[in-house]
Ligand binder design. Structure first.
Ligand SMILES: [Zn+2]
Length: 104
């Protein structure tokens, strides 16, 4: 994906060429053009991981008894699923290691 675009450099305020990449630098001062965007992306990701309210299964005080219970159940179920997945990966790794040990 290459979107050639003229944008204003955030540090020297000159118009420079941007190819749509996060690591593109200004032609005049050699600063990263997408610094803000890149930082914001990282921040958003971190915020999403931390923020429980953004969770679709977050139990709001406005939720009814049934919705609350359903959400709590789904969250537990999801946690179990993640755990099961991790356990499976661990088991597969162990199995591959075992096969490797046996075949040598
Ligand atoms: Zn610049």
């Amino acid at each position: 994906m290459s979107v050639k675009k003229e944008i204003k450099c955030p540090s020297c305020k000159k118009w420079t060429l941007w190819r749509g990449e996060t690591y593109d630098r200004c032609l005049y001062c050699n600063e990263f053009l997408q610094n803000d965007v890149f930082i914001k992306q990282v921040e958003n990701k971190l915020r999403e991981e931390v923020k429980e309210e953004s969770d679709i299964f977050f139990v709001k005080p406005t939720d009814g008894k049934f919705v609350g219970a359903a959400k709590r159940f789904l969250r537990k179920f999801r946690r179990f699923f993640v755990f099961a997945q991790a356990a499976l990966i661990g088991f597969m790794t162990f199995l591959l290691w075992l096969i490797g040990m046996l075949s040598t």
